[in-house]
Design a binder for this molecule. Structure first.
Ligand SMILES: [Zn+2]
Length: 280
């Protein structure tokens, strides 16, 4: 089995929203903001190459929405989903599985696009099964007012309409031999965090359970989270085990660090080392 980093570029989000109740005087030490209080975030996906399976975890923001939408997010950087896949030796048609941690637009927008010339939508990965879970799917397609702006129908519905959608069953073992799944309900309902045994370690694709190294101290919880107290608990449990077992935490949104470890300290769990995945 081989893991490939799939960078899809950077975007910006409000620093305050990203750190919830933590004051800027604290979070700006790790995540400096621009004049508009925006911080830069990666959209770093992961490709698992294993025999005849090619599993892409999340797929970035895509390019379907209009200029007004993208004017809020300041997309930048040279990396794209297509270029990063090609650099790993693959095309869109090679991907067999698209595993979506959750359906917020910065995690699943790259999986659906407009066909050339007409307004119809099509899957970017024509031969792939797209994976979500039933509870999250319902949550995303009948959204609450607070998350509605993050669940965009054009990103989501074509997966089902094309017949390519399948559900992971939380009560069952992972349908993937390549990883286990940690379910987290604090950020959104039934977000899925893959934990992948790799080179004698466990690589955890942290999604929005831990967006960046700046989010390691427990109260550093995103303002976006729907159940912040639950995130506290889920983070505490997950990071405890991650420190005990020296997990490799793969950071989807950290603009600088691909991976990190965490360690126990007198103040609680703190950052261990940072490194890139191919240093493993
Ligand atoms: Zn999210």
């Amino acid at each position: 089995m081989k893991l490939h980093v799939i960078d899809t570029g950077f975007f910006k989000l409000d620093g305050g929203a990203m750190f919830g109740v933590v004051p800027k005087t604290l979070w700006q030490r790790t995540n400096p903001a621009d004049d508009n209080n925006l911080c830069t975030w990666a959209m770093r996906c992961l490709l698992i190459e294993d025999g005849n399976r090619l599993i892409l975890i999340d797929n970035g923001i895509g390019d379907k929405q209009d200029a007004r939408f993208f004017s809020h997010y300041y997309l930048h950087g040279d990396a794209t989903l297509e270029k990063s896949l090609r650099a790993a030796g693959f095309s869109f048609a090679d991907v067999t599985d698209v595993f979506l941690t959750h359906l917020h637009f910065d995690h699943c927008g790259g999986g659906v696009r407009y066909k050339d010339g007409n307004g119809a939508l099509e899957l970017v990965f024509p031969n792939a099964t797209y994976w979500s879970n039933e509870d999250h799917w319902k949550w995303a397609t009948e959204p609450n007012a607070r998350e509605k702006a993050s669940f965009l129908k054009e990103n989501i519905l074509p997966m089902q309409e094309s017949g390519h959608l399948k559900y992971v069953q939380p009560s069952q073992p992972s349908p993937f031999s390549q990883f286990d799944i940690f379910y987290a309900d604090g950020h959104t309902d039934k977000m899925m965090v893959p934990v992948i045994p790799y080179k004698g370690r466990k690589v955890a694709f942290m999604a929005d359970l831990l967006p960046s190294t700046g989010h390691i101290p427990l109260p550093y919880v995103m303002g976006y989270d729907t159940r912040p107290l639950l995130t506290l608990d889920e983070k505490a449990r997950f990071l405890q085990q991650a420190a005990d077992e020296q997990y490799v935490l793969y950071l989807e949104h950290d603009s600088v660090n691909e991976c990190c470890t965490v360690q126990h300290t007198e103040k609680g769990i703190r950052l261990g080392e940072t490194f890139s995945l191919n240093e493993l």
